[in-house]
Write a protein that binds this ligand. Structure first.
Ligand SMILES: Cc1cc2nc3c(=O)[nH]c(=O)nc-3n(C[C@H](O)[C@H](O)[C@H](O)COP(=O)(O)O)c2cc1C
Length: 97
């Protein structure tokens, strides 16, 4: 079943350079249906929906690895077998060092 996001929903996640989840905010956990403990350390593909083409993620990674910002619609899967759409903005690592 589709979960439609509200205007106030703001999903944030952070990964390492390999796509392993380092952080997810409360809205992300709530909508994806996981606790933060369940998400931490997992590959971000934990929310991957099979309808998403591989090419979208190749483009995402190529873009971010070249230091640019990637934007696009992503259909994600929830833990309980549902799905939700996000308009994702993926930033390259902006931390110091
Ligand atoms: C910051 C960040 C956010 C990401 N968000 C998602 C996401 O919401 N859904 C998703 O399926 N993949 C997301 N990805 C891409 C995944 O890391 C992964 O490439 C994708 O799920 C495809 O899985 P695969 O690489 O194992 O084929 C994100 C990657 C990064 C770096």
């Amino acid at each position: 079943m589709e979960h439609t996001l509200q205007d106030t929903d703001f999903l944030v996640s952070q990964t390492d350079a390999k796509g392993k989840i380092l952080f997810a905010n409360e809205d992300f956990c709530k909508i994806a249906g996981y606790t933060l403990e369940e998400l931490m350390g997992q590959p971000h593909s934990i929310v991957r929906h099979p309808d998403m083409p591989k090419a979208a993620f190749k483009d995402l990674w190529d873009t971010v690895k070249s230091g640019k910002v990637w934007k696009g619609y992503v259909k994600n899967a929830t833990k309980n077998g549902g799905f939700y759409w996000v308009f994702a903005t993926v930033y390259p690592n902006i931390a110091c060092g």
